[in-house]
Design a protein. Structure first.
Length: 244
C-alpha cells in the first residue's frame, strides 16, 4: 500500500524540509500552503523532477471546510492519508497586554484548531485500517514557555496536551501520535530578531549552532518510520540541547 502524507504549512521553512524529505523517502506527499503558491509549486516541481509523487493544495487549516475539501482532493488523487504532519503555524512576539482578541483567536485557530480539523478529517480511514501516524510540531516554548510569546507558547503547550491525549485514545486502534518540539531553527521567523541575537542563541545551544529545517525533518521522518512503531505519546526535543 502506498504511503501518503499530508504536511500542513509546507511551502516554506520547516514544513518544506519535512515534505521534501518524506517525498524523497518514498512517500506521496501533499504540499499544503495558505498564501505562497509560488513556493509550494516550486517545491512540487523540484520533487517531481526527482521522480517523487507530490501534489499541491491550498487551504487555511483554521477553516474546517477548506481542510475537509483538501483531504478529499488527496484521497481522489493519491488515496487516504496515512501520515499527518501538523506543521502549519504562526508566531510572533508581543507583550500580553498588547495581545488583541483577534490575535489570540487567529493563533489558536491556526496552531491548535488547525491540528484538530486535519486530525478529524484523516481519522476515519486510519480508524478503519487500524493504522496511521500523526506528528504534531510544537516548540521548545511549548515545553518551557517564553516571555513576550505567551500566545504562541500557549498554543504549542496545547499541541503537546493534544498529542498525549490522542496517543492514549488512539493507541488501541493502532494509530501513533507523537510530537516534535524544535529549538531555535534558521527560518524566516528569525528575521524579526536583531542581528546580535543569533550569535547569542548559538552560544546558548550546547551543540554550538542553530537548528536547520532539515534537522526537524529528520526527527519527523524517524517518528513516521515503521521502526518507531513502539513510540507514541512522546515529545521529541530537537533543540541541540537548548533546554538542558
Amino acid at each position: 500500500m502506498e504511503k501518503i502524507a499530508l504536511v500542513t504549512g509546507s511551502s516554506r521553512g520547516i514544513g518544506r524540509a519535512i515534505a521534501a524529505q518524506l517525498a524523497r523517502s518514498g512517500w506521496a506527499v501533499c504540499i499544503n500552503y495558505i498564501e505562497r503558491q509560488d513556493c509550494a509549486e516550486d517545491l512540487a516541481a523540484r520533487l517531481t523532477a526527482e521522480g517523487c509523487r507530490v501534489m499541491v493544495c491550498q487551504a487555511d487549516v483554521a477553516d474546517r471546510e477548506a481542510v475537509n475539501a483538501m483531504v478529499r482532493r488527496i484521497e481522489e488523487n493519491f488515496g487516504p492519508v496515512s501520515l499527518l504532519v501538523n506543521n502549519a503555524g504562526i508566531a510572533g512576539q508581543c507583550l500580553i497586554q498588547d495581545v488583541t482578541p483577534e490575535m489570540w483567536r487567529r493563533y489558536f485557530g491556526v496552531n491548535v484548531d488547525g491540528a484538530f480539523h486535519t486530525t478529524q478529517a484523516v481519522l476515519p480511514h486510519m480508524l478503519h485500517e487500524h493504522e496511521g501516524c500523526i506528528v504534531n510540531i510544537s516548540s521548545i516554548w511549548g515545553v518551557r514557555g517564553a516571555s513576550c510569546e505567551a500566545v504562541y507558547s500557549a498554543t504549542k503547550h496545547a499541541l503537546i496536551g493534544l498529542t498525549k491525549s490522542l496517543a492514549a485514545e488512539l493507541g488501541p486502534t493502532g494509530i501513533r501520535v507523537n510530537c516534535v518540539a524544535p529549538g531555535v531553527v534558521k527560518t524566516d521567523m528569525l528575521d524579526a530578531l536583531p542581528p546580535e541575537a543569533l550569535p547569542m542563541l548559538e552560544q546558548e545551544t550546547p551543540v554550538g549552532r542553530l537548528g536547520t529545517p532539515e534537522d526537524i525533518a529528520h526527527a519527523v521522518c524517524f517518528l513516521a518510520d515503521e521502526k518507531a512503531s513502539f513510540i507514541t505519546g512522546q515529545v521529541l526535543l530537537s533543540d541541540g540541547g537548548y533546554l538542558l
